[in-house]
Design a protein around this ligand. Structure first.
Ligand code: BGC
Length: 829
């Protein structure tokens, strides 16, 4: 590289600046730079012009460094929803919006996307991953990473690798043979590294084949960096780094969170003791400095995206609404029930229609400044008098964070009772971890925090109140002290468990609807012995009066009987699917199945909207007129739903994952390790690959989804490298079609066992009524390859392949055949 060319090449300038910055650092500063200084940041080193790097979750919004609704974020639909749109360009726009949010919150690194696979529908974070198919996952992830990085913000593609379930996630050893590891679990990471050039990867909690991922030399150093050429930084999942020498020699660059980590002082000591070569530390420091350069946090280097080149600002609400309607999967629509006829009267029911669950829990949680529920959205879209609502069934029969009806403030006091800070509290939750405390408050000075304000009940009856968290609590409602005592900490295995304790009931009061009462919960935090960071975590929890489930159903039935159409919103709760645990069944909680059956019995135009991040059993699915899968639809949920139900927009989603009729049919269900080990014994057969092998029909197959128009597949021609498909919109309204290309190898003796078919490409087209559209879908050589364990490399399987152009795995519309020849080097041998 000559001096002249380096001046015109920003990447070379960045690398020169990184080298110069590195050369100016002593061992202690280098070791310090690799260690989180608090929950979300790495330390600044002003002497080299390095600002503190700020990281934040993640995937559907940018929470920022504060875990509070006082710092709201745009909440897009869940990752399963984004994948259901089957559109990497839409994912790229989502990424650009998130970069814009990150910049607004001074965040440099977005802790996303999650590209683990839907190995089993029971995975607790299924909602947060894209698909059971590695190609679809890789393509959506590529679009997302490109979009975030278009905005000059880094991504950390996570969780590398095989973090496909939650049970014992900190310790589980996932044993995966090389072939499924390469063909399934590594593939999304590989595609994203090669096609989107991510600036970061997050190492998972779990072990793979005996080595914990933060120390996995083979997968991190040899495969990710060596084979694929990844040149970004690797950050540990939160608290995943276990040992100083193991992590740094295993390729881990940053140990998060801080302040206590395996790096910092411990790393400097290890170097001085001769246990680690300083050159290895330098490699990690270089990776962090390059990250800083790329995101514009190293003064001497030009950022990867100059301010003048930032993408045009996006409207977050509009994009959230668009992604939602593009993601809704209409799996059943008998007799064209949807869209609803203009002028229809609508009976809406389901607790989730009023209190929608718009995003998943755990680290994916963000706090939008508003949520449009289905009830809000339909109320806004329908003429007055056309809509009625009844709860019908309420699946949340547990105490949950005080929300609707509460008007709350937090008051922080020191030991003498002097007020240190007062701040509005949009819900009854406080979660202040590490340095994330209100201005004017420190962990040392804070003695108590009082959640205080009013509660105006929505329903008359017996209201239950309680607390969540550890330490001292005094709870008073309407002048009555319901609790005054200490809640001890139960020992748990998950280090983050201290922040996710169970709610505890403290008392019940009968209250009339509409009349405000005073509430006050004073919490006296206690330090968590031995815990890596300080925190204040407590919640005021509440449960509205429980009514007889039969009465609730009867009320909804009475509404539904007289309406032109009935819409029932059913779904899961935070206790059913979230981070930190796996599901044990796929049932809808509470009496939601009873509600659907009862409403469908009186209204032939019953439409069920499913509000869940991942598959649930729908035992009544053939008894209702229409079923629309809505995922966790993001903050604009209700507007998008109204758009689709009333036909302003077409539902655009196709299933990114097979939807089982019953859990017992699902091919892979084991999530619990045996003696610490979770064996991926199914090999390359997960998702539809496994369903087809077993010959079992699911409720809805991979790729399935209906729109509001119909399509003819007029022609398909294929070469080994590309498939060209001509489709015609044979219906009466404009629409979009997702053309799916599957490869089915003709059986040939001596070839390795492979799935019957697999996805090789896809493309979305749009066309007006009567119009045709032609699309060419590239097919990569990899689509014809398997990982050859003897060769330790990819090998093409020669032979004839049927190329299928399909609307879903179960709806193949046109086929062609290609003949694939062996790899040249293999022919020679
Ligand atoms: C999750 C990560 C997340 C991190 C920081 C971990 O528990 O597994 O996905 O990015 O916390 O919140």
């Amino acid at each position: 590289m000559t001096a002249a060319s380096s001046i015109s090449d920003p990447e070379a300038l960045r690398r020169e600046a990184v080298d110069a910055a590195l050369a100016a650092l002593g061992l202690d500063d280098k070791a310090r730079l690799l260690a989180g200084q608090d929950l979300w940041t790495l330390p600044a080193l002003p002497a080299i012009g390095l600002r503190s790097l700020v990281m934040s979750d993640g995937p559907i919004g940018v929470r920022g460094v504060r875990w509070t609704a006082a710092d709201p974020s745009i909440a897009l639909p869940s990752p399963t929803a984004l994948a259901a749109a089957w559109d990497p360009r839409l994912a790229r726009r989502a990424g650009r919006l998130l970069a814009q949010e990150a910049r607004r919150k001074s965040v440099h690194v977005l802790l996303a996307p999650t590209v683990n696979l839907h190995r089993t529908p029971l995975g607790g974070r299924h909602f947060e991953a894209y698909s059971e198919d590695p190609l679809l996952t890789g393509e959506i992830g590529t679009g997302y990473v490109l979009g975030v990085q278009d905005g000059g913000v880094a991504t950390t593609v996570k969780h590398f690798v095989a973090n496909d379930a939650e049970t014992d996630r900190f310790t589980v050893d996932n044993t995966v043979a090389p072939r499924p590891l390469r063909e399934l679990y590594l593939t999304p990471f590989e595609r994203i590294v090669k096609n989107a050039h991510p600036w970061g990867v997050m190492a998972a909690y779990n072990q793979v084949n005996g080595s914990t991922m933060t120390e996995h030399r083979y997968l991190q150093n040899a495969v990710l960096r060596g084979e694929w050429g990844f040149d970004g930084f690797i950050v540990s999942d939160w608290l995943a780094a276990r040992s100083t020498v193991g992590a740094v020699t295993g390729g881990l660059d940053a140990a998060m969170p801080g302040p206590r980590t395996v790096y910092g002082e411990a790393l400097a000591t290890a170097v001085r003791a001769g246990e680690v070569d300083e050159k290895i530390v330098d490699i990690a420091v270089r990776n962090i400095l390059l990250l800083a350069a790329r995101v514009g946090a190293l003064d001497s280097a030009p950022p990867a995206v100059a301010p003048a080149d930032l993408p045009a600002p996006l409207d977050g609400e509009a994009l959230a609404r668009e992604i939602a309607h593009r993601s809704f999967v209409l799996v059943r629509n008998e007799g064209g029930t949807l869209p609803l006829a203009p002028g229809s009267t609508v009976a809406l029911s389901g607790a989730l229609a009023r209190d929608a669950r718009v995003l998943g829990g755990g680290s994916a949680l963000v706090f939008p400044d508003h949520v449009v529920s289905p009830l809000d959205g339909l109320t806004a879209a329908l003429p007055e008098g056309a809509l009625s609502y009844a709860v019908g069934a309420d699946p949340s029969d547990e105490l949950s964070i005080a929300g609707a009806g509460f008007d709350l403030t937090a008051v922080c006091r020191d030991a003498s009772g002097t007020v240190l800070a007062t701040l509005p509290l949009p819900t009854g939750q406080i979660q202040w971890i590490g340095a994330d405390l209100p201005d004017g408050v420190t962990h040392e000075t804070l003695h108590s925090v009082e959640i205080t304000g009013t509660f105006t009940p929505r329903e008359s009856g017996e209201h239950t109140f309680g607390t969540r968290g550890f330490g001292g609590f005094t709870l008073t409602v309407a002048g009555r002290t319901l609790y005054d005592g200490d809640q001890d900490r139960a020992p748990g295995t998950d280090p983050l468990g201290a922040f996710f304790s169970e709610p505890v009931e403290r008392g019940r009061l009968t209250l009339p609807a509409g009349e405000p009462v005073e509430v006050s919960l004073t919490h006296r935090p206690v330090p968590i012995p031995g815990h890596p960071f300080k925190g204040v975590s407590c919640c005021l929890v509440h449960l509205a009066p429980r009514r007889d489930p039969k009465d609730l159903v009867a009320e909804a039935v009475a509404h539904a009987r007289g309406a032109d159409a009935a819409i029932v919103v059913v779904g899961t709760t935070e206790r059913v699917e979230s981070e930190g645990f796996d599901r044990t069944d796929l049932k809808l909680p509470g009496h939601q199945d009873d509600l659907v059956r009862a409403v469908a019995a009186v209204n032939p135009r019953t439409v069920v909207v499913v509000n869940s991040g991942s598959p649930v059993e729908l035992p009544w699915r053939n008894e209702v007129a229409a079923v629309l899968l809505g995922w966790f639809p993001g903050q604009e949920a209700g507007h998008a739903l109204a758009d689709v139900l009333l036909g302003t927009e077409e539902p655009g989603g196709r299933l990114p994952t097979t939807w089982p009729a019953v859990l017992a049919d699902a091919p892979v269900t084991a999530t619990t390790p045996v003696n610490g080990e979770l064996a991926y014994t199914e090999g390359v057969f997960i998702g539809y690959r496994a369903w087809e092998k077993a010959g079992t029909a699911p409720a809805y197959p991979f790729g399935h989804g209906l729109g509001y128009t119909s399509w003819e597949y007029d022609a398909v021609t294929a070469t080994p490298e590309a498939v060209t498909v001509r489709v015609r919109n044979s219906g009466s309204r404009p629409g979009g079609e997702t053309v799916q290309i599957y490869l089915a190898p003709e059986p040939a003796p001596g070839t390795p066992e492979r799935p019957a078919r697999w996805l090789a490409g896809f493309a979305r087209v749009t066309a007006g009524p009567g119009e045709s559209a032609e699309v060419t879908v590239p097919v990569e050589r990899r689509a014809y390859q398997v990982w050859d364990e003897a060769l330790n490399g990819w090998a093409t399987v020669p032979g004839r392949y049927q190329v299928q152009a399909a609307r879903s795995l179960a709806d193949v519309r046109a086929t062609a055949t290609v003949e694939i020849t062996a790899d040249p080097e293999r022919r020679r041998s």
